[in-house]
Design a protein around this ligand. Structure first.
Ligand code: ACO
Ligand code: ZN
Length: 523
């Protein structure tokens, strides 16, 4: 319980009561990020140290353990975890640098007279290793794999692997001892019609800008990482600013700050048109908008449909208003990405679920038209009401299907979030195990495969293949060569997981012709 005689200010740390996943009380250490007074009642915005920022919240004084109050230390530095900054929000000092870098972006964007945000990686990563188990080191290989950065062990590049199969009769002493958990190694080893006209129905003056009717500014404010008054804004941007978003039949609780216009942040609910993603300040405004908005699906081309699932490809240059609004919505759930006010270099792949009312957005990923770093995904998001139902892996699978058509390997842009890493790890593991388990032995020999072959078949970048094999602890050194050993646990675990993985991409339903953006001059 907070003692009114002690002033609890920003930067103070103390245990704060919260419920854990089992709905039990716990008192993790938290930092006060902001204090507000509503009709004489104090509220404290807290960040739980070593927890993801999405759990930050406003709490009442009775949840603070004032007896253990620590006052802010001067020059306190963010704790480092595994060489990465911890989950603590950025210190002002570091933010100054970040904002300076990004201000350059903002200036160039405004000079073009448009404010078109896209999400791009931050200059610095926020904790991602904190909640993720790091890869298990393989006993015969040095070091462990950093969870975020797949390290390449030079000797393994292009190595050929043979897969031990169950019925081989070689002595397995060395192998068995290397197998995980000491188990005996088993082994194997229509395209919907486009709204064809320029829509001005929402009162806006330009198709590509957020409507300025309803008293809402035509563009999001240039705050966040793009602010010039940095000291103030860093405090602002590290707190979630929108309480609730109504999107179709869903109410979403944002996890992080998103630079929607300031006057909208005091609203109890921000209303979004679920088809064009335009934001409106009231239900009445939304209803009026819906009488004029003709969209029942994202703009762009429908390039995939199977059952009720569709994917639309949206060009960030051609559909700026939509892309901008998508980025604003996505930023509510993406912390480690910075809004850049230029969507031109990106394509957006929006996944929808169809019913009689239309094509409802489930999630999306963005992709640079040209990536020098082999990125095939910039940002990826499943909207919270759809999370943990396999849609994230479906989006990832789709991104690799596009890479296959392009004849390239790809990798997601770094840093990955904690949930992003979990999803990619899971996708890579299942994809690689699917291939290994399908390998047939020829002439009684162990099946053989190279890292390059796995990478070519899956379009998963080589580094990610290697990090996954290491993470799964499959690689062993045996009789002068690297072999992959699939333990019974791995095989059974994989089979169980695949039985549950119902949502899959059917490549036959993909109608996609990659464009050579380098030949197009400007996108
Ligand atoms: N806790 C534990 N595991 C989780 C959680 C969670 N909250 N969420 C997903 N997972 C695991 C799942 O268990 C699953 O693994 P499994 O099948 O082996 O059990 C795997 O991650 C994928 O689950 P899906 O249901 O397919 O993924 P989902 O639809 O939930 O989407 C995503 C995953 C896109 C990362 C989602 O959590 C999200 O949008 N998060 C917010 C935005 C974000 O962090 N995006 C990634 C940033 S990195 C980048 O943009 C390149
Ligand atoms: Zn609309």
């Amino acid at each position: 319980m907070a003692d009114q005689s002690v002033e609890i200010t920003e930067g103070c740390r103390l245990p704060v009561l919260r419920k854990n996943q089992e709905n039990e009380d716990e008192w993790p250490l938290a930092e006060i990020l902001s204090v507000k007074d509503i009709s004489g009642k104090k509220l404290y915005y807290v960040h739980y140290i070593d927890f993801n920022k999405r759990l930050d919240e406003w709490v009442t004084p009775d949840r603070l353990d004032i007896k253990k109050l620590q006052f802010p230390k001067k020059e306190a530095k963010t704790p480092m975890k595994n060489g990465l900054p911890g989950s603590r929000p950025s210190s002002p000092e570091r933010d100054v640098k970040k904002s300076l870098d990004l201000h350059v972006q903002s200036a160039s964007a405004t000079s073009r007279g448009k404010t078109l945000p896209t999400l791009k990686r931050k200059a610095e990563s926020v904790s991602l290793a904190t909640q993720v188990t790091a890869a298990t080191p393989v006993s015969s290989l040095p070091g462990s794999v950093d969870a975020s950065q797949a390290s390449v062990y030079p000797a393994m590049r292009d190595s050929s692997f043979s897969i031990k199969s169950r019925d081989e009769h070689e002595p397995l002493t060395s192998l068995t001892s290397l197998t995980t958990n000491g188990t005996s190694s088993i082994q194997h080893h229509h395209i919907p019609p486009q709204p064809g006209r320029k829509r001005k129905s929402c009162g806006g003056t330009h198709e590509d800008s957020q409507d300025s009717s309803d008293g809402i500014p035509s563009a999001p404010r240039m705050t966040g990482s793009l602010v010039s008054d940095r000291s103030h804004d860093d405090i602002v941007t590290r707190m979630k600013n929108i309480d609730c978003i109504e999107l179709g039949r869903h109410r979403l609780k944002p996890w992080y700050f998103s630079p929607y216009p300031q006057e909208l942040t005091s609203l109890p609910i921000l209303y979004l048109c679920e088809f064009c993603l335009k934001y409106l300040k009231s239900l009445k405004c939304l209803q009026r908008h819906l009488t004029k908005c003709n969209l029942r699906h994202p703009p762009g081309n429908e390039i995939y449909r199977k059952g009720t699932i569709s994917f639309f490809e949206i060009d960030g240059r051609k559909n700026k208003a939509y892309s901008q609004n998508l980025c604003l919505l996505a930023k509510c759930f993406l912390d480690h990405k910075t809004l850049y006010y230029d969507t031109d270099p990106f394509l957006f792949y929006v996944m929808t679920e169809y019913d009689s009312k239309g094509f409802h957005i489930v999630g999306y990923f963005s992709k640079e038209k040209e990536s020098t770093e082999d990125y095939n995904v910039a940002c990826i998001l499943t909207l919270p009401p759809y999370q943990r139902r396999g849609y994230g892996k479906l989006l990832i699978e789709f991104s690799y299907e596009l890479s296959k058509v392009e004849g390239k390997t790809g990798t997601p842009e770094k840093p990955l979030s904690d949930l992003g890493l979990l999803s990619y790890r899971s996708y890579w593991s299942q994809t690689i195990l699917e291939i290994l388990m399908d390998l047939k032995s020829e002439n009684g020999e162990r099946p053989q495969i190279t890292i390059n072959e796995i990478s070519e078949i899956t379009s998963v970048k080589k580094e990610d293949v290697i990090s996954t094999l290491q993470y799964l602890n499959l690689i062993n050194y045996y009789k002068g060569q690297y072999i992959l050993t699939l333990s019974e646990d791995i095989v059974e675990g994989h089979e169980r997981a695949m039985q549950k993985r119902h949502l899959r991409i059917d490549p036959k339903c993909l109608h996609f012709t990659p464009k050579d953006w380098s030949k197009r001059g400007k996108w």
